[in-house]
Structure formats: C-alpha cells, structure tokens
Design a protein around this ligand. Structure first.
Ligand SMILES: *[C@@H]1O[C@H](CO)[C@@H](O)[C@H](O)[C@H]1NC(C)=O
Ligand SMILES: *[C@@H]1O[C@H](CO)[C@@H](O)[C@H](O)[C@H]1NC(C)=O
Ligand SMILES: *[C@@H]1O[C@H](CO)[C@@H](O)[C@H](O)[C@H]1NC(C)=O
Ligand SMILES: *[C@@H]1O[C@H](CO)[C@@H](O)[C@H](O)[C@H]1NC(C)=O
Ligand SMILES: *[C@@H]1O[C@H](CO)[C@@H](O)[C@H](O)[C@H]1NC(C)=O
Ligand SMILES: *[C@@H]1O[C@H](CO)[C@@H](O)[C@H](O)[C@H]1NC(C)=O
Ligand SMILES: *[C@@H]1O[C@H](CO)[C@@H](O)[C@H](O)[C@H]1NC(C)=O
Ligand SMILES: *[C@@H]1O[C@H](CO)[C@@H](O)[C@H](O)[C@H]1NC(C)=O
Ligand SMILES: *[C@@H]1O[C@H](CO)[C@@H](O)[C@H](O)[C@H]1NC(C)=O
Ligand SMILES: *[C@@H]1O[C@H](CO)[C@@H](O)[C@H](O)[C@H]1NC(C)=O
Ligand SMILES: *[C@@H]1O[C@H](CO)[C@@H](O)[C@H](O)[C@H]1NC(C)=O
Ligand SMILES: *[C@@H]1O[C@H](CO)[C@@H](O)[C@H](O)[C@H]1NC(C)=O
Length: 525
C-alpha cells in the first residue's frame, strides 16, 4: 500500500483553553473537536514557548539549543535561519517519494534563497516568511518598516502576491487546490501553517473576516477583543473542516494522517496580545510555565488502531519528525542525532511512549531554563509572564456544548463516510471530561520569580505549589539533566536586523536579500 498522506495543521498562538474539546464552551470548534474525538487527544504535547524555536524543533526533530535557535523569534531582515547542515522533515519525506507543500507561515529564516522553504524540502511554498502579517493586506510592520509578505514560490520561480483577501480563507483555498490537484501516484505531505490566531498588529490586534457574521454567531461574548479572537478561531475551525472534506472528496482521507497542533501558548497579555486563554494553566507565550508550552494537540487517522482516546503520555514537538517518518514507511533508526522519539506505535497501537523526559528549553541570554522528568518539572523562568489568567471560557450565558454540532460538522461527516465511527454523545462527553484540566488554588501560588521551582505535574498541573526544598533529589536530577544539554548548547545565532533587507529595497516587499553563498558570522565562528 502507498504511504499515507500527511497533513499537519499548525495554529499560531492558540491557547490551551481555546479549543472546545478542552472543556470551554465559549468558542465552539466542532471540526477540530471531531478530529480529536475520532483520533487521539495528545494531552501532554509539549512545544517551545515561542514561534521560531517551536517551528525549528518541529522541522529538525532537535531541541533548538542544538541549532542556536532557542531565543527570541526571528525578526524581519534578520540574517539568520536554521543552519543548512540540518535536514528538515519535508526533505526526509521527499526522499521517501512524497510531494511536499507549505502553505502559510515559515519564520525560520529567509535571508538567502537557500534558507527558504523551497530549498529546505518543500516543492512549493505559498505564504509568508515572517512571524505574522495583516489578515487582509498581508503586510508586516516591523523595525519601523512596512512591507508585503505574501509569496508563491516553486523552486526558484518566485512571484509576489499583491492582493487583498482574508488570510485564513486564502490558506484554505490554497490547501484545497493542492489536495484536489494532487497526483495520486505520490503520497502528499501538506503543512498548513495558519496565521490564526496570531494578533496581526500591535494596535489592531485582530482582524475578523466579517463583523456581521461575528456578531451574529459570537455576540454572546461581551468583551469585544475576546469576541474578535473567538471569530478568528472559529474561522480556523471552519478551515480544518474544509481541508478534511477536500481529502474525502479526492478519496485520500482513508489513507491520511492529520495532525493539529498549536505552536505555543496564547499571548494573553503584553506586546501583540491576542486575548487567547491558557486557562487553567500558569503563564503564557514566552514563559516556560505550562501555559506557554503545553500545547493543544490531536491526531486523527483511519490508520490508528485504538482511536477515540486521550493520551497523557509525554510527547514533544521534536517527536513529529521521527514519528511521521516512521508512519511514512521510513525506518526511524536511520535518523541520527535527533532529540525526537518515534512515537508512531504509541499513537497507532496505544503502546507505551519511549519518552520519559523533555528539555523544555535553555535560554542562555535570559537565564531561563526548564526540564521535565516523569511528572517532575524544574523551571527557572525570568520572564514577567508567570501569572494565571482566570478566564475559564465558561459562563451560564454561553450556548451549551452541543454534541450534535460536532457530529454534524464537515470534519465528522467526512470521517464518518470512510469509517464505522463508534462515536456517540456519551463517548464525546467522556473524552472531553478526560481532556479537561481542573485546578483550584490560583489565589495562593508559589512565587517563582528569578528562582527555580519544582512541581509535581501529576498532582499539580497548574504549578501552584513549589516543592523545591521538599524534593532536593529530584531537583538535583533535573539540574544534572539540564547541565548535560548546556554542554552541547550552541549560543543563540540572533543577529541585528540588516537594513539591506528592508522592504523599501524590494518594491515594499520582505524578500531574501543576501547572496546564496552568504555565510553568517555565527557559522564561521
Ligand atoms: C495594511 O493594513 C494596516 C492596518 O489596517 C495598515 O496600517 C497598513 O497601512 C495597510 N497597508 C497597506 C499597504 O495597505
Ligand atoms: C458588532 O458589535 C460591536 C459591539 O457590540 C459593535 O460595535 C459593532 O458595530 C457591531 N458590528 C456590526 C457589523 O454589527
Ligand atoms: C480509499 O478509498 C478509495 C475509493 O473508495 C479506494 O479506491 C482506495 O483503495 C481506498 N484506500 C484505502 C487505503 O483504503
Ligand atoms: C531499522 O533499522 C535498524 C537498524 O539499522 C534495523 O535493526 C531494523 O531491522 C530496521 N527495521 C526495519 C523494520 O527494517
Ligand atoms: C479572576 O477572577 C476574579 C474573581 O472572579 C476577578 O475578580 C479577577 O478580575 C479575575 N482576574 C482576571 C485576570 O481575569
Ligand atoms: C445543537 O445543534 C443542532 C445542529 O447544529 C441544532 O439543531 C440544535 O438545536 C442544537 N441544540 C441546542 C440545544 O442548541
Ligand atoms: C456509546 O459508545 C460507547 C462506546 O464507544 C458504548 O459503550 C455506549 O454503549 C454507547 N452509548 C450509547 C447510548 O449508544
Ligand atoms: C515575587 O518575588 C519577587 C522577587 O523576590 C518580588 O519582586 C515580587 O514582588 C514577588 N511577587 C509577588 C506577587 O509576591
Ligand atoms: C529577574 O531577572 C531578570 C533577568 O535576569 C531581571 O531583569 C529582573 O529584574 C529580575 N527580577 C527581579 C524581581 O529580581
Ligand atoms: C495552595 O498553594 C499554596 C502555595 O504554594 C500552598 O501553600 C497551599 O497548600 C495550596 N493549597 C491547597 C489547598 O492545595
Ligand atoms: C556563548 O555565550 C556565552 C555567554 O552566554 C559566552 O560566555 C561564550 O563565550 C559564548 N560562546 C561562544 C562560542 O561564543
Ligand atoms: C510593486 O508593488 C505594487 C503593489 O504595491 C504592485 O502593484 C506592483 O506590481 C509591483 N511592481 C513590481 C515590478 O513587481
């Protein structure tokens, strides 16, 4: 049989509590929920706390400290990227015969053409290079520079798309076109990297597709910023349904794997805040507390033998490279020097996870670090984002969770058409309950500002109660674990922005600006 088609859908800055399968009624996400309940809910899916490191980990299968990408997100016109001696997931899949496409966000380097997606394993790229763009006019304003950032690239054939339309729809149209024109002789790898639910600019924060529609469907959310956010997430959910439906229409769904993940927690406050919610987890994007790094995630595939369950086994974003390589028929023992584990049999057959620990990150500039062994987590977080945001997303005025809407969603209908689904209302409610984290005691929590705290995540998933002085042995074990990684850490390659890369030099467009053979100082060093 042909290797499975793989579609990875990545949401941007989507909070733990912003999918309705985690227990909140406020933002209904029936399509994402249908994937989750028909597949496996990955309830301990760890990511990096910010975008560039998280995507680097996904694409390389390595902790970003190995590639100097562990720090602040890449800025427009910053001359750095994932170093070229790393082989990325789509390159591995190309070698296994896959057609590979990236739609949406890249954000791991484009200072020379060689760092761009079509030189790193993607046959085609339709999307943006930087961290985010405006939802309608596709511009990024950064370093006091405004530029378009929407490209269509095949190999070195590079076209700029100057157009005005809603980015989530554009991404969805593009994904549908790729699926419907896909040559079935090859397996497909499609990475759908959404702009949603990133805020689109420091002042505007969020742009909805249609205000009338937003008020009609989500008018029960009083806070207008939260309503905007909910609308953006609802449009993302609609997109997920359309992509699954496109796979069904082309008879591809019955041999597909669909992964849905968020790159990091929501930016609930501060610069570029999006009004997402990581409730009841502590912290947010940029922080090493669970709110920043425990990402909403699920996987659906008819190839999963034991579907409709919640997995509480440890999973790290670096695991996707070997896991998908293995699912694609590759032998993951061929992959060398990865931090990721092949978790395909853990997902497919509910086998035990091979992973028992995670290096969450080391940021040697910020003096932040965290790791997890079993259920103990040691965290030293110097960010200001350590609080709880007690926005539960539940309120008697919100519509009640409606199982009929889930079962009638385009995603659920498509799935039902290719499998004998055993889902019913009580199973859904049971899974949802299992996937929901309940914590109390937010008013009284340990202060971890500029010191290390130890938490027992089994008993205390919300990190309220520091056990540092109670469990010195676990602290020591975790410190030794972190120190081992410090010895292989590559210093951050972050570089000052280069005005030569400003859009004004390229018809107001963010473009690669350095010669193909350019070597950055950090590589020569
Ligand atoms: C794009 O939209 C933003 C926000 O509405 C605005 O500031 C910017 O000037 C627009 N850019 C262009 C080129 O229209
Ligand atoms: C949507 O609701 C907001 C807040 O109630 C209001 O200011 C706005 O005018 C409404 N927009 C439309 C198109 O109805
Ligand atoms: C998927 O469905 C199509 C159409 O019914 C069929 O031709 C194909 O063999 C099926 N593939 C698998 C893997 O079941
Ligand atoms: C995968 O590779 C390892 C090491 O080279 C080998 O021992 C194993 O048999 C291979 N597995 C399969 C399924 O080919
Ligand atoms: C948390 O909840 C309390 C009590 O309901 C409320 O007073 C407070 O404003 C809330 N804090 C946040 C950050 O939402
Ligand atoms: C649930 O959703 C279905 C279809 O979407 C609708 O017909 C039904 O009225 C809803 N039930 C409630 C209680 O809102
Ligand atoms: C719902 O499905 C579960 C298995 O998934 C089954 O045990 C249960 O009897 C079903 N309940 C109803 C009311 O059909
Ligand atoms: C936490 O500790 C820091 C450093 O000791 C202190 O500055 C800060 O005020 C404390 N925060 C709270 C909420 O007590
Ligand atoms: C915590 O550490 C950071 C970075 O080292 C520093 O900027 C900040 O002032 C410290 N905060 C306190 C309360 O000591
Ligand atoms: C709440 O957290 C505080 C601070 O860590 C701790 O001392 C207290 O025992 C906790 N209370 C409960 C009921 O868990
Ligand atoms: C890495 O950064 C540290 C400071 O964080 C510095 O002491 C060290 O010299 C740097 N190493 C290299 C190889 O640049
Ligand atoms: C320059 O950008 C404008 C949009 O601002 C576009 O209409 C025009 O076609 C571009 N020119 C070239 C030569 O690409």
């Amino acid at each position: 049989m042909q290797p499975p088609n793989i579609v990875v859908i990545i949401a941007d800055d989507l909070g733990w509590n912003d999918v309705s399968f985690h227990g909140a009624d406020e933002i209904p996400t029936p399509n994402i929920d249908a994937l989750a309940y028909n597949g496996v809910i990955l309830n301990r899916h760890y990511v990096l706390p910010i975008c560039t490191p998280s995507r680097t980990a996904f694409l390389t299968g390595k902790y970003p400290i190995r590639t100097g990408m562990q720090g602040y997100p890449l800025q427009g016109a910053e001359p750095r990227g994932i170093l070229l001696n790393n082989i990325l997931l789509p390159e591995y899949l190309q070698k296994l015969g896959y057609a590979t496409h990236l739609v949406g966000k890249w954000h791991v380097g484009y200072h020379t053409r060689n760092y761009g997606p079509t030189h790193r394993g993607f046959d085609t790229f339709a999307g943006y290079y930087n961290g985010y763009i405006q939802y309608f006019n596709h511009t990024l304003y950064e370093s006091e520079q405004l530029g378009y950032d929407l490209h269509r690239i095949i190999g070195d054939d590079h076209k700029i798309e100057y157009r005005y339309d809603y980015m989530t729809d554009l991404i969805t149209d593009e994904a549908e076109n790729i699926i419907s024109s896909h040559n079935p002789a090859k397996p497909l790898y499609l990475q759908v990297a959404h702009l949603a639910a990133h805020s689109s600019d420091a002042e505007e924060e969020m742009e909805v597709r249609n205000w009338k529609e937003t008020n009609a469907t989500l008018g029960y959310i009083e806070d207008i910023n939260r309503r905007k956010y909910a609308s953006v997430v609802a449009t993302l959910d609609e997109s997920v349904g359309r992509v699954i439906d496109a796979l069904k229409k082309t008879d591809m769904l019955n041999n597909s794997i669909i992964v849905f993940i968020s790159d990091n927690g929501a930016q609930t406050e501060g610069f570029l805040q999006n009004y997402g919610s990581n409730y009841p987890l502590r912290g947010l994007k940029f922080s090493l507390f669970e709110g920043g790094i425990r990402g909403a995630a699920c996987i659906y595939s008819p190839l999963i033998d034991r579907p409709s369950r919640v997995s509480n086994q440890l999973f790290h974003i670096t695991d996707w490279l070997p896991t998908l390589y293995s699912a694609a028929g590759g032998n993951s023992s061929d992959l060398k020097q990865l931090d990721g584990f092949d978790q395909w049999s853990a997902i497919k057959s509910a086998k035990n996870s091979k992973r028992s620990s995670i290096l969450i990150n080391i940021d040697e500039k910020e003096n932040s670090e965290a790791a997890l062994i079993g259920h103990y987590k040691l965290v030293t977080d110097t960010s200001e984002y350590q609080k709880y945001y007690n926005y539960s997303g539940n309120n008697a005025l919100y519509p009640k969770y409606n199982v009929t809407t889930i079962l009638a969603s385009p995603a659920a209908s498509a799935i039902a058409s290719i499998s004998i689904s055993t889902l019913n209302a009580s199973k859904i409610m049971q899974l949802r309950k299992e996937a929901t984290i309940i914590c109390k005691n937010f008013t009284d929590f340990s202060n971890c500002t500029n010191r290390s705290c130890l938490f027992d995540l089994n008993k205390d998933p919300c990190e309220t109660t520091d056990l540092f002085s109670k469990h010195p042995k676990d602290v020591k074990r975790l410190n030794m674990f972190i120190d081992r990684y410090k010895s292989v850490l590559m210093n951050q390659t972050n570089a000052p922005v280069d005005p030569a890369g400003f859009p004004r030099n390229f018809n107001d467009t963010w473009m690669p600006w350095l010669p193909d053979d350019y070597q950055s100082i950090s590589i020569l060093r």
